[in-house]
Write a protein that binds this ligand. Structure first.
Ligand SMILES: O=C1CCCN[C@@H]1CCCn1cnc2cc(F)c(Cl)cc2c1=O
Ligand SMILES: [Mg+2]
Length: 501
């Protein structure tokens, strides 16, 4: 049997590679940082899309599609907008063997593609709010170690872009979307996230406010930005000269937002719930929620085999009628044992074993992927029990993940306790002065003390340094006079720190 054969806690990176390949989610490709999303993975993206797409449409957002390409002159319109990002832009410079007059970039994000059209379409306050979304791929030629789903050179996402007449309206959009992102993680993927605002150093320089949902990966002790929602203020409006006639007849610049969630969310879910037998899928996004496995003994007579087959088919049909995503694995070239292992590696939440005795007694054995619990059910109880247990599994996965995260979520008041907590794979709340130079100092010192003389290639390594994840909206009490943990100056807020992807 091809088992995962490596423990999540012993070698997380190898464990992850095995889980995503043995579950038939990912296959590798000749170009580094590019992966194939096989049906088992793509189905999960479709579930996320289906739910999120319906919700953003409820917010009055419409889908559209803009070109993949942006001319160099347009992308680089504002040097400061893309400074720092330039090394990761992928360029088309030729067609056939002739050079293009002007190099063309493949979109790394679509602000510079969309906003010249926003300028054209937004002329009057009646044209606001303008709210568009795009489901697409983007390309960023990153150099940090590529990891399927978490960091790839091409990924799938949605990017929302809206323009409003007032700041208040734009900020409501930013938060409404951030709350949808929290629901994607907590209610679909069963992964708890912390909502907050990025610090001055971590925010999107093109915007005014960057908000985020931060997830914690228990296996690696690293945190990961789950999705992001920006208030762009009037920055891009000024940059692209977007002006409209307001109600009073004057000229005004719209208040804009942009927000995105990517296929990284699938990687977070895999890492959060997977175990040493492989993938563990939250039922709400599982491509198959139940697999039915007939236990056909060679000794069975032909009519008993047929009777068993039709019994298994009846159970499968009943589940399908209840809109449960069920698969009957009646392949005769694999043993039941092989099938148990196969569907466990693929993370199917429930298995129903159906053998000759079950046929006699009118029962089926239900086995839970998350807990391993085995229960014998009467055939007529299967549908309503399965519906109930699937919800129980969804809740159990979230609760387990939240308990693991909360165990590693610590408060630190003194610098001397900070790096030891990082070494303990903690995600750390500290009172902080929230000044960029002190944020730089923490990054530098935490890397230095963690590496203790070893070297690290800052360009490609997943860093040992701690960085700020967010200023949580849910702030613990900060008594006046509380000192910043690193500077000793008056703390102005609690900040969440961690090692991250
Ligand atoms: O995060 C989101 C949500 C969805 C829409 N976009 C924003 C901002 C994206 C920042 N960002 C992120 N990465 C980038 C990479 C690049 F190569 C270039 Cl040229 C620009 C950027 C860049 O602006
Ligand atoms: Mg980036």
């Amino acid at each position: 049997l091809l088992g995962i054969d490596v423990s999540k806690k012993d070698n997380f990176a190898l464990w992850y590679t095995r889980v995503i390949t043995y579950s038939e989610m990912i296959d590798y490709y000749d170009i580094s940082g590019c992966y194939i999303l096989r049906p088992w993975a793509y189905s999960i993206w479709e579930s996320i899309q289906r739910w999120l797409d319906a919700e953003i449409k409820e917010l009055g957002v419409e889908n559209s599609y803009f070109p993949l390409f942006v001319p160099k002159s347009v992308l680089e319109r504002e040097k400061d907008h893309i400074e720092g990002f330039a090394p990761e832009v992928a360029w088309v410079t030729k067609s056939g063997d002739s050079d293009l007059a002007e190099p063309i970039a493949i979109r790394p994000t679509s602000e510079t593609i969309m906003y010249p059209l926003f300028k054209k379409w937004i002329r009057s306050h009646r044209d606001l709010p303008l709210s568009l979304n795009q489901w697409s791929n983007v390309v960023r030629w990153e150099f940090k170690d590529p990891t399927p789903f978490l960091r790839s050179r091409e990924f799938l996402w949605q990017e929302g872009h809206t323009a409003h007449a007032t700041f208040e309206e734009s900020q409501k959009m930013v938060m409404d979307v951030l709350n949808l992102y929290k629901k994607v993680y907590e209610e679909l993927l069963a992964v708890p996230v912390i909502q907050g605002r990025k610090t001055e150093m971590e925010r999107f320089p093109g915007g005014d406010i960057t908000t985020t949902v931060e997830a914690y990966i228990h296996g690696s002790g690293r945190s990961v930005q789950g999705a992001t929602s920006h208030n762009l203020g009037q920055n891009f409006g000024k940059m692209f000269e977007i002006q409209y006639e307001d109600k009073a007849g004057g000229h005004a610049v719209p208040w804009q937002t942009s927000w995105g969630l990517t296929t990284r969310s699938i990687g977070v879910m895999i890492m959060a719930h997977g175990d040493d037998k492989g993938l563990v899928l939250p039922p709400r996004v599982a491509p198959k929620q139940v697999v039915v496995i007939p236990i056909v003994k060679a000794s069975l007579s032909a009519e008993n085999k047929a009777a068993l087959q039709s019994y298994a088919e009846r159970i499968t049909t009943d589940l399908k009628a209840a809109k449960i995503r069920v698969h009957l694995d009646h392949r005769d070239n694999y043993t039941p044992g092989w099938k148990y292992n196969h569907w466990e590696q693929k993370g199917v939440p429930l298995r129903l074993e159906v053998g000759p005795m079950d046929l006699d007694k009118g029962t089926a054995r239900m086995v839970r992927r998350d807990s391993g619990l085995k229960v014998d059910l009467a055939a007529e109880a299967v549908v309503h029990t399965v519906l109930h247990v699937l919800e129980e599994i969804q809740a159990n996965l979230f609760a387990k993940c939240k308990a693991e995260r909360d165990k590693k979520l610590v408060k630190v008041w003194e610098w001397r306790d900070f790096v030891p907590a990082l070494e303990e794979k903690c995600v750390i709340l500290t009172p902080f002065v929230n000044e960029t130079e002190w944020e730089e100092e923490v990054k530098r010192r935490s890397r230095e003390e963690a590496l203790a003389g070893e070297s690290e290639d800052a360009r490609t390594a997943t860093s040992a340094a701690a960085k700020t994840l967010c200023i949580p909206f849910d702030q613990p009490d900060l008594p006046p006079g509380t000192k910043c943990f690193v500077s000793g100056k008056e703390a102005t807020c609690w900040v969440l720190w961690g090692r991250s992807y």
